[in-house]
Design a protein around this ligand. Structure first.
Ligand SMILES: Nc1nc2c(ncn2[C@@H]2O[C@H](COP(=O)(O)OP(=O)(O)OP(=O)(O)O)[C@@H](O)[C@H]2O)c(=O)[nH]1
Ligand SMILES: [Mg+2]
Length: 284
């Protein structure tokens, strides 16, 4: 998961995805519901061209449901059919499965209308690191239950798994590089664990997160730290939380690095609440 996106890596990932796309009909683009913009890819639409694209807002269980519904509506209107998912459960992927099957059915109707031989639609899963690509592939494929034979003639040795009657899933995901047009994108990806903590400054991430929560989710933040009123700066609040959680070093001082790690972990586990770091209205 530790990936530094140098231009060379990006070019390679782009080539790999373009290569795989040649035989693909449907692209399942996985985004993180907490950051639907930052976890999107600026070049994907152009790479996909006229193929069917379905955007999945995954980890919806961790995001603010009002924001997610707003994103779902906005993205469905402006970009591509968008559904939300919680891929930890079968039920959480029901909508994804239904839309993918519907897209496959439309493809076979189109083939039939053109007098072509019907065949299963082929789907590829793509997304930024750690967004849930493998979890979704395993769940859609019900791994082990319905694996199709390797078909080197068509796919040069790639593994396909069947999903329903008329859909096949390529069982290796395509890794997307993030957007680079906005410096906050990197911070948001790191806060939601799409970038390894060893490559970032956890104290800076925590400061950014607490500052955001103080402005946008003060009630959730108050109840998380058990305080009726919040101090005026992120630094003071992190200090308070560090003290409450026993993140202390010699001289009874708060170990700010440990405090940052605890706070980030709690956020990622959903313990601060269902929080979205991007809201559809923010862009207007
Ligand atoms: N809460 C929650 N966690 C999820 C969801 N989907 C996946 N996860 C968790 O997110 C982590 C990453 O999931 P993966 O499926 O490995 O993600 P990936 O995109 O394949 O990651 P890479 O292969 O590293 O790029 C795992 O700990 C999953 O259990 C979801 O809908 N909700
Ligand atoms: Mg994976």
């Amino acid at each position: 998961m530790t990936i530094q996106w140098y231009p060379g890596h990006m070019a390679k990932a782009k080539r790999e995805i373009s290569e795989r796309l040649k035989i693909i009909d449907i692209v399942l683009e996985i985004r993180d519901s907490r950051i639907p913009r930052a976890s999107g890819n600026p070049d994907l639409a152009a790479l996909i061209g006229g193929k069917t694209r379905i955007v999945v807002l995954n980890k919806a269980d961790l995001a603010d449901p009002v924001a997610t519904e707003g994103w779902r509506a906005a993205l469905s209107r402006d970009e591509a059919l968008t559904v939300e998912a919680d891929s930890r459960s079968v039920a959480g992927l029901r909508q994804v499965r239904a839309e993918a099957s519907a897209a496959a059915a439309r493809l076979s109707e189109r083939l039939a209308a053109r007098g072509r031989r019907p065949r299963p639609a082929r789907m590829l899963v793509v997304g930024v690191p750690n967004v849930g690509k493998s979890t979704i592939i395993n769940r859609l494929a019900q791994r082990g239950a319905a694996r199709t034979a390797d078909r080197p003639g068509v796919t040069r040795g790639q593994q396909w798994v069947t999903v329903g009657k008329s859909l096949e899933l390529l069982d290796t995901p395509g890794l997307l590089w993030p957007r680079f047009d906005d410096p906050e994108v990197g911070i948001k990806l790191a806060v939601t664990s799409a970038i390894d903590d060893r490559l970032t400054d956890v104290e800076e991430l925590c400061n950014w997160l607490i500052d955001f929560l103080m402005r946008r989710y003060p009630l959730e933040l108050s109840s998380y730290c058990g305080l009726d009123s919040l101090p005026s700066t992120p630094g003071e609040l992190i200090d308070r939380i560090g003290r409450l959680r026993g993140c202390l070093q010699s001289g009874d001082r708060v170990d700010s690095r440990r405090a940052a790690e605890v706070i980030l972990r709690d956020f990622r586990d959903g313990k601060i609440g269902r929080i979205s770091l991007e809201h559809p209205g923010d862009l207007q």
